[in-house]
Design a protein around this ligand. Sequence first.
Ligand code: DNO
Length: 345
Amino acid sequence: MTFRWFGADDAVSLEYVRQIPGVTGVVTALYDVPVGDVWDKSRLSALGERVAAAGLEIAVIESIPIHEDIKLGRATRDKLADQYAQSVQHMGELGMPVLCYNFMPIFDWTRTDLAMVQPDGSTALAYDDEALSRIDLSHGTGDLPGWATAYDASTLQALLSAYKEVDAERLWENLAYFLERVAPVAESAGVKMAIHPDDPPWSIFGLPRIITDARSLDRMTRLVDVPANGVTFCTGSLGADPANDLPAMAAELGVRGRIHFAHCRNVKLTGLRKFNEAPHPTRFGDVDMAGVLAALHRTGFSGPMRPDHGRMIWGETGRPGYGLYDRALGATYLQGLWEGIERSA
Ligand code: DNO
């Protein structure tokens, strides 16, 4: 069981993370490296030492962001892919086993409300496609709730117009081009690459999104058919589309040994392309968490798992989705569920 840690300025300290029963690994990154630059091996090593000093280990690097030029297929992509591969090589040399990354154009995970008040007084992240359509991007990313990478108006408009030339099939080609250069390096360096599904799993702001369902996950793992080319099975992202049968998808990918990391989060679907995040246990949302974990167990999954986003409860404030309390409850729930599955197997 692992827990995401945002580095030295995370309000949730490593010391607190260590006190969550059963959590042995952290999921973290170097947060200040400009996108595209090589991750310096000595800095990565220092990060590992810091985590080790707290009695934990780095289980996953999440994420080394992919430069937009790679996703756009621009000429600079060769150099950028080489630099990316170099960072992956450094991970391998330091024994950091899993890399979570995504291939979403411009925007990573996207919500329209970061603190939707729930009936019990807690707050949760929420998404509503209609509310998204009212977001004005002409001033840059400023109006977008919680978005981490800030773009000013002109940079964002230039990126959005560059993507007019990149439809879904083009994005697939660009993903293949990237993986052909990086996945073999990961394979030989002993690093498992785990693509994160698009969140939400449909096009937003007219941009293509391709990692959304069973077919696309299967297609992606076959672009470069090596074991290191795998997936982060994110129940919350994939679960936002009711057409996704999560236990079946976990079974299919799991049996092929391509699930390298599990993000466990529940979502409550409240309308068409509308949902809010929910407590982790199965009965609070539309994700069959018990079914997913059973499928992972059956297929011999032994990789890292983390409780994904939590609500804000007990008066906690902090980084949306990444407070301590609700995620810690998630970690213990997931371990209880796993223990039950193991016992009854
Ligand atoms: C959200 C996270 C994502 C994830 C990236 C991986 O909370 O799951 O931001 O880290 O998509 O690159």
